[in-house]
Design a protein around this ligand. Sequence first.
Ligand SMILES: NC(=O)C1=CN([C@@H]2O[C@H](COP(=O)(O)OP(=O)(O)OC[C@H]3O[C@@H](n4cnc5c(N)ncnc54)[C@H](OP(=O)(O)O)[C@@H]3O)[C@@H](O)[C@H]2O)C=CC1
Ligand SMILES: Nc1nc(=O)c2c([nH]1)NC[C@@H]1CN(c3ccc(C(=O)N[C@@H](CCC(=O)O)C(=O)O)cc3)C=[N+]21
Ligand SMILES: [Mg+2]
Length: 306
Amino acid sequence: MATENAAAAVIDGKAFAQTLVTRVGGAVERLIASHGVKAGLAVVIVGEDPASQLYVRNKGETTLKAGMRSDTHRLADTTTQEELLALIAQLNADDGIHGILVQLPLPAHIDSNAVLDAISPDKDVDGFHVVNAGRLAVGQDGLVPCTPLGCLMLLKDQLGDLSGMNAVIVGRSNIVGKPMAQLLLGESCTVTIAHSRTKDLPALCRTADILVAAVGRPEMIKGDWIKEGATVIDVGINRVPSKDPVKAAEGKTRVVGDVAYEEAAQVAGRITPVPGGVGPMTIACLLANTYTAACRSVGATPEKLG
Ligand SMILES: NC(=O)C1=CN([C@@H]2O[C@H](COP(=O)(O)OP(=O)(O)OC[C@H]3O[C@@H](n4cnc5c(N)ncnc54)[C@H](OP(=O)(O)O)[C@@H]3O)[C@@H](O)[C@H]2O)C=CC1
Ligand SMILES: Nc1nc(=O)c2c([nH]1)NC[C@@H]1CN(c3ccc(C(=O)N[C@@H](CCC(=O)O)C(=O)O)cc3)C=[N+]21
Ligand SMILES: [Mg+2]
């Protein structure tokens, strides 16, 4: 019975991310000393979505903490695609900027793929450009999407060698599910990608030694979908009404993952919490990618950070 098992070990992504940010900061300082180059990140946000504004603020603060240059471009939600493409062209040509991130989602009148593919692949620190997706797929050095990269760092730190493990990823987006699958395949896991058409998802999830949830549905994955002792990585960031009905009525929200944490923690061996799990790793990996891009721009070999 699940209740007889010890609770899962909590994977502290926030602490791991803080350590990584500190390490990036040291490497950034050494790159300034050796090459006179200060790594710089430009974040572009179109529109006023409050959650996006919060992430952008967090990114900016953490970037400065790592001793990097941080520029934020806030554009009105009426910005045209041509105006956005003109800004990207300007950032592509700016020698002081090594990483460009265009916050998603973009307003509906803008073609996201056209915008992402206008970013120079060498400055594409999100790893969303088709060239970087291709490099990851064929095993060439490029820039790897931050969220899956952060998940992989946590998994290797927790489990060491991943080879031969059964990994199930729930979600097939270009920004999380697919690149996560590529990375785990690269670690010689046996990888299965599930999605909304998957049959008997609970039974499939129960085959997983490593279960990555990237669905965008609050607490969808239940405790009895998880194999005893499995490692669970919860990527989901979902805003739901506060538990306190009075606060909920005032519009107060809380953040939950895609996994029903309390019940899952009774069965899993290890599990990431939300908040404090994958989210902070995404930001730390964004800075690591910006550092890597800055090194490559001057032909320096990046220090190993992960
Ligand atoms: N922590 C972090 O740093 C980040 C967190 N996120 C969070 O991760 C989550 C996923 O993000 P993202 O990949 O962009 O999401 P998308 O909406 O792009 O993709 C969701 C995926 O989940 C699948 N899915 C939806 N419903 C079900 C279901 N009932 N059963 C099985 N599969 C289902 C979809 O299947 P189909 O393809 O068939 O529609 C799709 O492949 C979100 O909560 C997001 O907020 C995202 C990025 C960064
Ligand atoms: N071009 C682009 N790149 C992205 O990487 C990108 C994006 N667009 N659009 C939105 C999503 C979401 N995302 C998060 C980053 C950090 C946290 C994070 O730090 N979360 C904290 C706090 C959560 C909270 O309290 O809201 C945590 O989980 O502990 C969450 C989510 C990046 N995204
Ligand atoms: Mg999406």
